[in-house]
Structures are given as C-alpha cells and as structure tokens.
Design a protein around this ligand. Structure first.
Ligand code: DGT
Ligand code: CA
Ligand code: CA
Ligand code: ZN
Length: 581
C-alpha cells in the first residue's frame, strides 16, 4: 500500500490549500504547489526511490529540503506531520469548502472568519441569503458561481474523470501482472467510456482467487479493504475512489463482464428478452429454465452471451439503452468511428499563445500519431491572459505556417493549415476583422468571456458566429468543464438549427476535462447532418493524444467515420469548406 506519485502530489496540494487558508506566506504555498506538479509529472514511482536512504530527493529540480523531508515522512511513516496537525486544527467542513469551484482557499478563509462558514450547507444558506456580497472582494456574481459550484462539489465527491480513472486502471493492471491470472478486464462505466467514472469494476479469472485479492490489498494508495468474500472484494483508495473486484470461473467470464459492464438500463432489456426465450441471464451465465431445473448454456465470452439470446454483440460505448435498441430490438448500426479514422486535428495551440510547443513540434507530434494534417488555431487578442494574437501577429504566424506547409507537404505529404480560435466577444461580434478571418483556411469560433450572460444573449452570440461567413466551426459549444463548471446557458438546439442552415460544423472537444459536446448532443448532430469535428485543443505535443477520448465520446453518440469531418483527407476536408453552400 505504498504511495503513488499522484497521491503524494495530492497531499502537497492539500498542504498548500490549508496553509493558504491559514494565511501562510505565499512563497511557501507556491513552493508546495510547484512540488505537487513536479511529483505528479515524475515518471518513476517516487515511493520506491525514497525507501532507498542514499536517494536524495532534492536532486530533483523543484524539490527543496523541506519538501524532500516531508516526502520521506509521508512515504516511510504514512503522514506529513505538519499536514496532519493542520487537519486536526480545522473543522472537517473546511476541506469540503475547498472543493467548491470558484472558491479558492483565500476566499474560503474570509468566509470562515467573517461569516463562520464551515460547511457546504452553511455556504449555500449564506449565498441564498445574499450575505457574501456584503464582504469585500465578493459580489452577486461570486454567489451565483458558488451556488453553481455547490452541486459539483457535492456530486464530485467520488467520481473521477474517465482519463484519471483509466490511469488508475492501467496501474492496477500492471500491479496485478504480479499474480497469476488468465483473464482480467475492467467493466462498468469505464468500459462504456463514460466521461466520468464512479468506481472501477474489475473481473478476473485466476487459478487462486485469494492470491489476487491479497495482491489487490497491496495496491498503491489502498486505504482500506471495505469488504472481502469468496468471489468479491472492494477496496477504497486514499482519494476515496473505490475498486470492486470479482473473481469468477472461466465459464462465467463473459457473463460477468456483460453483467458488470451494464448499463443497468441496457441489462434490463437484455434480461427481459432472455426471459421471453425461456432463458435466464445473470453474472454466472445464461441458463435454460425448464420447470425447476436450470441448465447453463453460455457465459464463457460476452459474444456467447449475446449469441445465446439471438442478439449481436454491442460495443460497450452504446450500452445505455438509447441508440442500440429500436422498438426493444437491436438497432441496425453501421460501424462506429475508430481512432484510426481520424486524418487531421483542427484545433491546437502553440508557443505563440498559451501552448508549450512550436508549430513544427506540433506538426511532428501529429505526424508521429499518424495524422496527415493539422490546423494551427491559437487564441485571438481578446484572450490577453494567453497573449492572444492581434491581426499583425496572426498574419505573421500565417506566413510562417505557409512556409512550413510548403516544406512539409513536399517532403512528407503532411499539411499545416492556417487557422485561428477567434473569440466571440461579449457583444456577439468577432474578435478579428472579417478581412483577416476570410484569409484563414479554417476558423474556429469560441466563447471565453461573458460566460455567465443570460441564455438569450449567449445564444445570440453563438448564432452570430454561426452566421458569420468566415466561421467554420464552434469550439467547445457548451463551455462545460467536467466536475468543475456547468455549461453556459445556451439554446443548443437553436445553434444546431443555424448550423444546418449555414452549413457549419460543431466541435467535439476531446480534452478529457471538456468532452464538449456530450454523447447525446453529438448523436443529435449526426441526426441533423451537422458535421462534427473531433479536435484535441492541444496546448502541448502530448496533448494531441486526447483525440482518443474524443473518439470514445463520439462512439457513445453512435457516430460513424462519415459523421466526422476530420476523417476526410486534407483535400476532402478543404473541399468540404469550399463547397459549402
Ligand atoms: P459508475 O461506477 O457510477 O460510474 O457506473 P457503473 O455503470 O460502473 O455502475 P456500478 O459500478 O454501480 O455497476 C456496474 C454495473 O454492474 C452496472 O452498470 C450494472 C451492474 N449492476 C450493478 N449493480 C447492479 C444491481 O443491483 N442490479 C443489476 N441488475 N445490475 C447491477
Ligand atoms: Ca463502476
Ligand atoms: Ca461498482
Ligand atoms: Zn483552444
């Protein structure tokens, strides 16, 4: 049960939060936050290195004496004494306050001191009574933001982003390689590709189930074994996340995988259909029921289970009892899009604004992933925090893009296209002139400011952008941040209708924090014939790999390669824009 780098980093984040809450020196707070970032990004497991007394943690850039000592205490003794002391001093509810989006440690401290707020319930009350706006540095807007954030703080207590849950699943898979097993698969919402995951459901076939359970108990970050029986075990990690393990016989692997993949609603349909055929399905298999007797007929593989009831195998992403059935029968479904169908990436940033890589480095990264073209789309001037491009800098960047494009298309047949992520300003106009936008190969429009405007206003801004002759696609159309920020108030059906009329595309932003549009919304796009773009919005070379997450989301919406614009090759993509009505 040693500490993963993530769990170590979480402790330092909490330490920084609590110190900041107490009003500690901001230099110290920053040092702990930096340390957390370094630790999270470290590729080797630090806990095993720290067990070696000759290893000097301060040899790592960004780790000083104080952090190094605390890391050792944490890994060797199980706690950072100073952090435990802080936790003892503060009421429990204070830690909950720190999880409310829009409420940092400083603001939380003010609320605690001035209004004696030490729980989410008291915070909600105070916002509703409009008490916050009386304080310096708080306004009506803060109250709204906090009220919106409250539901997230309450609901996000256990759920993780799918990408974070997947990282834990990968580590666990490696860890369990240390014990004999024949089959191992993660079921549940992770397998269905949901954007957030409540817990992991692990199905294993092994010669010695008890040994697998012993091994699970030793997994990094396990805080407690919640339950352990003959075939089932549940553990909880330090971050509160739960893992459910089932050890099943080989002949039940497929039926257990099917059962625990869910969704519940999908399985209700499956069971009802089986019953009509005189069959019974549960996690142990498919059984023929004759009077009192039940005979096992299938269960070894998932395909066997579906075959036994005369149904096709459904991709797990579709098992939500939504698209996969029509009139309670399996729907006729064309093959879903796959990652390898993507040819280009239409949304990414470079060092010109808030990215960490140059145009050429992004191109190289995309080329190495097997893509054939990219659109460089840095921020426009309104996004001053990210050094957004004004017209002069943008035109200069485009000259550079053109030059690189010439070289790269000649040498590698790889295209680098001129784009921009142009802000839709608060008044509904575009952040750059029509004249400049008209020269782009691809114009992405998006909202970064005035996100709290009323529904009519936001919708009108989006409609303006869709109607703008040079705009091609609206990026992250609802503005939500998973587990952090609710979507803007926007009449999405109206925006979609306008996209149909004007032949514009909508983005499925693949960033795992956004996945914006969601599965139901992309399904609606496909239904209306609105081309969807799956783009990374990468700010670094490694950020390009999130395209995978976007493809999973698109599959959940039942999308085929045809529904997605950037599955076309560069010529086809450019032709689509040219032929637009
Ligand atoms: P999550 O963990 O909240 O993200 O979502 P799931 O879908 O992974 O839900 P979970 O972990 O509670 O259960 C995994 C699957 O197991 C679920 O999709 C269907 C199945 N399942 C769980 N509990 C029950 C139950 O009480 N009855 C039936 N029929 N199926 C269940
Ligand atoms: Ca689950
Ligand atoms: Ca579960
Ligand atoms: Zn962007």
């Amino acid at each position: 049960m040693s500490w993963s780098n993530d769990a170590i980093a979480d402790e330092f984040e909490t330490l920084a939060d609590l110190l900041e809450f107490q009003g500690a020196n901001s230099f110290r707070v920053r040092a702990y936050r930096n340390a957390a970032r370094v630790i999270r990004g470290w590729l080797q497991p630090l806990s095993s290195r720290l067990a070696d007394p000759t290893f000097d943690p301060t040899s790592i850039e960004g780790i000083g004496e104080a952090v190094g000592e605390k890391m050792r205490a944490l890994v060797l003794d199980g706690a950072i004494p100073q952090l435990e002391e802080l936790r003892r001093q503060l009421p429990d509810g204070v830690l909950d306050l720190l999880r409310v989006p829009g409420l940092g440690p400083k603001k939380a401290a003010t609320l605690f001191q001035e209004l004696k707020i030490d729980s989410l319930d008291k915070l909600e009350q105070a916002c509703q009574n409009q008490e916050l706006r009386k304080l310096k540095g708080f306004g009506a807007k803060t109250e709204t933001t906090i009220l919106e954030g409250l539901s997230i703080a309450r609901s996000s207590q256990q759920r993780l982003l799918r990408s974070d849950a997947e990282a834990i699943a990968c580590r666990l898979r490696d860890h369990l390689d240390g014990v004999a097993h024949e089959k191992l698969e993660f079921a549940g919402s992770l397998r269905r590709g949901r954007e957030t995951v409540g817990d992991l459901d692990l199905i294993v076939v092994a010669p010695d189930g008890a040994a697998v359970m012993d091994r699970l108990a030793e997994f990094d970050d396990v805080r407690e074994v919640i339950a352990r029986g003959e075939t089932k075990m549940s553990v909880r990690l330090r971050n509160g996340f739960q893992i459910d393990l089932r050890v099943v016989p080989d002949e039940s692997f497929g039926s257990a995988l099917q059962y625990f993949t869910g969704s519940m609603a999908h399985n209700v349909k499956v069971r009802a259909h089986a019953k009509q055929l005189g069959l019974k399905i549960n996690e142990w298999g498919v059984f023929r029921v004759e009077g009192e007797s039940e005979t096992w007929i299938a269960g070894r593989t998932e395909a066997d289970v579906y075959e036994a009831i005369g149904w096709p195998w459904f991709p797990p992403e579709l098992r939500e009892a939504r698209l996969e059935f029509q009139d309670s029968r399996p729907a006729e479904l064309p093959p879903l899009i796959e990652l390898s169908d993507l040819r280009g990436d239409l949304h990414m940033h470079t060092t010109a604004t808030d990215g960490t890589a140059s145009i050429e480095e992004m191109a190289r990264g995309a080329y190495d992933l097997g893509l054939r073209y990219i659109v460089i789309s840095d921020h426009s001037q309104r996004v001053a925090m990210a050094r957004g491009l004004d017209e002069e800098r943008l035109l200069a960047q485009w000259r550079e893009v053109d030059e690189l494009d010439r070289a790269w298309s000649q040498e590698l047949g790889f295209r680098i296209l001129k784009g921009i992520e142009c802000d839709i300003l608060e008044d509904g106009t575009m952040d750059l002139s029509d004249e400049v936008l008209a020269q782009a190969d691809w114009v992405t429009a998006s909202i970064h400011y005035g996100q709290n405007q009323p529904r009519e206003q936001i919708t009108e801004r989006m409609l303006n952008a869709v109607r703008h002759p040079s705009v091609d696609v609206i990026a992250h159309p609802t503005g939500r941040l998973l587990l952090r920020r609710e979507p803007y108030e926007v009449d999405l059906p109206a925006v979609m209708q306008a996209c149909v009329e004007h032949g514009k595309a909508l983005e499925l932003n693949a960033n795992p924090h956004r996945l914006d549009l969601d599965d139901v919304q992309v399904a609606r796009c496909a239904e209306l014939g609105i081309p969807v773009t799956i783009s990374s919005d990468a700010h670094s070379v490694s950020g390009l790999t999130v395209l995978r997450c976007g493809v999973i989301q698109a599959r959940r919406g039942g999308l085929t390669a045809n529904d997605v614009l950037n599955t076309r090759d560069a010529d086809g993509f450019i032709a689509w824009k040219r032929n637009r009505r």
